[in-house]
Design a protein around this ligand. Structure first.
Ligand SMILES: NC(=O)c1ccc[n+]([C@@H]2O[C@H](COP(=O)([O-])OP(=O)(O)OC[C@H]3O[C@@H](n4cnc5c(N)ncnc54)[C@H](O)[C@@H]3O)[C@@H](O)[C@H]2O)c1
Length: 360
């Protein structure tokens, strides 16, 4: 069962298996943030910073715990030498965010002495990473003009695109996307780049968002069909690409879905991994585990840390195709959900590397 936001903080930490959680409070800058460090077996905890107007502090904690755990798996399966973490800043990014708030948050990261390294996410931008960089070096995704790798979302979209191709190969026998149809839910940074990549392969694209004006703009720019957010599950498309927030795949939506593939960028798409992963398996809907196919963003940030070339970054991102294919194969051969198959592969790598690190 998923951990409920109302449970005690320590029982939640036990259930997720976290190493450390830091609550950052600074009334002078109105900063309220949580940094969660899940696992550092493979290296320092890597994770984005999300700014969101959470309904409650308990929701914010639940979100950061879920997101940081999936980062551990994401780094492991992408072959990176990094652990898993995440942070959330509580507030409305368009109304409440200030330079002082982000710089103060940078100071909290600095105090972790490299145990946590961050980058941008929903509600934060390369500009915010620049503010954090003024206080600590433990940040990536800073603007290219400052020597960073800039916005990771085009690379994240490329990885999602490779994941979609791997799933199409499995379901249809060829990874050619021409003539297929995709619903992109959430046309923000990643969603819009994904729409462009799909349009370039002659895919029929439906776009949806909670911001009505965005739907019209993006539909017009890429020749996509605009769909209201309430009616996306009525559309008969081959692929559903969730690119907004998590939890959109649940008992209610699975019963409505008409697609045969789910593959998108949003983190933690399954409301309950075990229950909904199995439901999708039983219904024959292929689910590309989100943390596997959205790893392009973190690969881009890792490349910035490691001084990798753009070419190497793209090679690592395009490898998401093979990684996804291997997961689908394991899922099929063992008749387990795709999320279970991905978790098995990620956990094996963490266990193997733990043995390497057990001696000098
Ligand atoms: N940006 C990256 O590099 C990156 C990398 C990996 C994963 N992700 C994940 O991908 C998702 C999108 O990231 P982004 O950077 O594009 O964010 P973004 O904030 O730029 O875009 C999100 C979009 O989703 C829309 N949205 C929010 N709630 C919605 C809902 N209920 N229904 C429909 N639309 C909704 C927003 O209006 C916005 O347009 C997030 O879950 C993020 O964690 C992002």
């Amino acid at each position: 069962m998923p951990v409920q936001p109302s449970e005690s903080i320590f029982s939640q930490l036990d259930a997720f298996g976290h190493k450390k959680v830091v609550f950052c409070s600074d009334p002078d800058t109105d900063l309220k943030a949580i940094i969660a460090i899940h696992d550092t077996t493979l290296g320092p905890a890597f994770g984005s910073t999300r700014m969101w107007n959470y309904k409650s502090e308990a929701d914010a904690l639940n979100d950061v715990l879920r997101l940081s755990k999936s980062m551990t798996y994401k780094c492991a399966i992408a072959g990176l030498n990094m652990g898993g973490g995440y942070s959330v800043v509580i507030g409305d990014s368009r109304r409440d965010k200030t330079e002082a708030m982000m710089r103060k948050f940078g100071r909290f990261i600095k105090n972790l002495n490299g145990e946590f390294i961050t980058s941008e996410d929903v509600g934060t931008s390369p500009r915010d990473m620049e503010y954090i960089r003024m206080e600590t070096e433990h940040v990536t995704g800073i603007p290219e003009s400052l020597g960073g790798s800039g916005d990771p979302s085009p690379v994240a979209a490329q990885g999602v695109f490779m994941g979609i191709k791997a799933c199409v190969k499995e379901q249809f026998g060829s990874d050619n996307l021409t003539g297929k149809s995709v619903i992109v839910q959430g046309i923000g940074h990643v969603g819009e780049h994904l729409v462009r990549l799909l349009r370039d392969e002659n895919v029929k694209v439906y776009v949806s968002d909670i911001q009505e004006e965005r739907i019209g703009q993006v539909a017009k720019k890429y020749g996509a069909e605009a769909v209201s957010n309430n009616s996306i599950f009525d559309i008969d498309a081959d692929i559903y690409a969730p690119c907004a927030l998590g939890g959109t795949i649940n008992t209610q939506t699975i019963n409505k879905l008409k697609c045969s593939i789910i593959a998108g960028s949003a983190n933690n798409q399954l409301l309950d991994e075990a229950e909904h992963g199995t439901m999708l398996l039983d219904k024959g809907i292929l689910f590309a585990p989100d943390y596997v196919i959205n790893a392009g963003g973190i690969i881009n940030c890792y490349s910035e840390l490691m001084n990798f070339s753009k070419k190497r970054t793209m090679q690592l991102t395009e490898n998401i195709y093979e990684v996804t294919r291997n997961i689908l194969k394991l899922s099929k051969s063992e008749n387990i959900s795709t999320i279970n198959a991905a978790n098995k592969i990620a956990e094996k790598r963490i266990a193997d590397i733990k043995k390497v690190k057990s001696s000098y």
